[in-house]
Unconditional design. Structure first.
Length: 247
C-alpha cells in the first residue's frame, strides 16, 4: 500500500488561445474557438481552486483543443481538428511535440516521481460540457468519470456523489456521464501506465450552464464541488488537506 497520498489537478482544455505561428490555419474557424469546441468554459477556474484547496500541483493548458486535443490519444481521429488535420505533416509534428507531448509528459513525470517516492496519486482532471449537444439536452449538472474496474476510483466517485447530493439535493450528479470513464482520454492512458494501487484518475465534468450563470451562483457552485470532494476524500486518503477556514 502507498505510504502517502498525493493529489494532482489538471485542466487540458482551459483556454482557446492559438499561438500566432498557427493562426493562419484558423481562417474561417474563428467563431468555433468561442464555442464548447474551442475550450471548456469554467474548467480552469475550478481547477485552480481545486489545486489551492487540496494543496495540489496544478497543470493547465490554455491553448485551444482545436489546435490539438490534449485529452485524445495519438492516432485518434479527433486529435487534430478540422482546422489543423490537413496541415503539413511537419506542422502537425511540431504542434504534437511542443504542445501535446510537452504537456502530457510533464504530468506523467510528476505522477511517476510521486509514485517513486511511495505515494499514491489522486488525479482530478477538470472539464466542462455543453448543456445541449446536437439538439439533445444533457441530463446532468455534474459528471464523475472513472473506470468501474478500479475500486479506488469507484469508491471516491460514489462518496463524492453522495456528498454533492447532501450539499445540493436538487443537483443531478451522475457517474460516467455524459461520457464513459473508460473511453479515450488522458486518465485512461495514465491508467495503463501506472498500477491500480498507485494511481486514481477521475475526470470531473461540470455542466456549463452553471458557468454561464456566473456571479454568486458560479462561485458557490465551485465551492460546493470542492468541499464535497474534500469530505469524500478525507476518510479514504492520507493526504493532509489545508484548513480552508484560515484562507
Amino acid at each position: 500500500m502507498a505510504k502517502t497520498d498525493h493529489f494532482l489537478i489538471t485542466c487540458e482544455h482551459g483556454g482557446n488561445l492559438i499561438p500566432s505561428r498557427y493562426r493562419h490555419l484558423f481562417t474561417g474557424f474563428e467563431a468555433l474557438l468561442q464555442t464548447h469546441r474551442g475550450y471548456d468554459a469554467g474548467a480552469l477556474a475550478l481547477a485552480r481552486e481545486l489545486a489551492r484547496a487540496l494543496a495540489a500541483p496544478l497543470f493547465v493548458s490554455t491553448t485551444s483543443r482545436l489546435l490539438i486535443d490534449l485529452n485524445r490519444s495519438i492516432g485518434h481521429p479527433r486529435l487534430y481538428s478540422e482546422a489543423t488535420r490537413d496541415a503539413p505533416v511537419g506542422v502537425r509534428s511540431e504542434i504534437l511535440k511542443n504542445y501535446y507531448l510537452s504537456y502530457r509528459n510533464k504530468v506523467e513525470a510528476d505522477i511517476a516521481e510521486a509514485i517513486a517516492h511511495g505515494s499514491r496519486v489522486i488525479h482530478v482532471a477538470s472539464h466542462s460540457f455543453t448543456p445541449v449537444l446536437d439538439g439533445a439536452v444533457r441530463n446532468a449538472d455534474i459528471g464523475l468519470l472513472y473506470d468501474p474496474a478500479r475500486s479506488g476510483e469507484a469508491e471516491l466517485c460514489r462518496r463524492w456523489q453522495a456528498q454533492l447530493k447532501s450539499w445540493a439535493p436538487e443537483l443531478k450528479v451522475r457517474r460516467n456521464y455524459p461520457y464513459a470513464g473508460k473511453s479515450d482520454g488522458f486518465t485512461a492512458y495514465l491508467r495503463r501506465r501506472f498500477p491500480v494501487e498507485a494511481y486514481i484518475g477521475i475526470e470531473l465534468e461540470v455542466n456549463q450552464k452553471h458557468v454561464f450563470n456566473g456571479g454568486r451562483h458560479w462561485r458557490a457552485f465551485r465551492a460546493g464541488v470542492i468541499e464535497a470532494l474534500r469530505e469524500a476524500a478525507r476518510p479514504l486518503f492520507s493526504a493532509t488537506l489545508p484548513d480552508l477556514s484560515r484562507q
